[in-house]
Design a protein. Structure first.
Length: 142
């Protein structure tokens, strides 16, 4: 049976583990078999979903473009989550904030990038609302 776009997208979503990424190494074959099962399940699920969608929309939509849209949305969500984590680490952690150098190293950013990554008002208010904590310094009201 030949591969189709759904198999290709599943392979991109579920890469086979590298030999040095599985511990203990004896588990590599089992880990790869699990990934292949995950790929197959993902391809089948998407194939089924798209078959109904194409029936309902006369072929409108594109699974590759939709996968790109999804990846972009996830990227934006991850960036927003990172800004909240940086705001928490700088504005809420007691007795003193994490250093800009430590945060930059772990966030893959420069120190100045961390310093300007979050909005002191917006993200700080969000962290306060979600956690019930008070920031060390008071942001302006939204």
């Amino acid at each position: 049976m030949g591969m189709d776009v759904f198999d290709h997208l599943a392979a991109l979503e579920h890469p086979l583990p590298e030999p040095d990424s599985v511990h203990p190494p004896e588990m590599l074959d089992e880990a790869r078999e699990q990934v292949l099962r995950d790929r197959h399940a993902a391809a089948e699920e998407n194939r089924e979903w798209w078959s109904h969608r194409w029936d309902e929309t006369d072929g409108a939509g594109d699974p590759v473009l939709e996968a790109i849209d999804t990846a972009r949305r996830q990227q934006l969500e991850a960036e927003a989550r990172l800004r909240l984590l940086l705001a928490y680490a700088r504005e809420f952690v007691e007795p003193r904030p994490y250093t800009l150098a430590d945060l930059a190293q772990h966030a893959g950013m420069s120190i100045s990038g961390v310093r300007t990554a979050y909005d002191t008002d917006d993200e700080v208010h969000q962290v306060a609302d979600r956690t019930g904590l008070r920031p060390r310094r008071r942001p302006r009201d939204p």
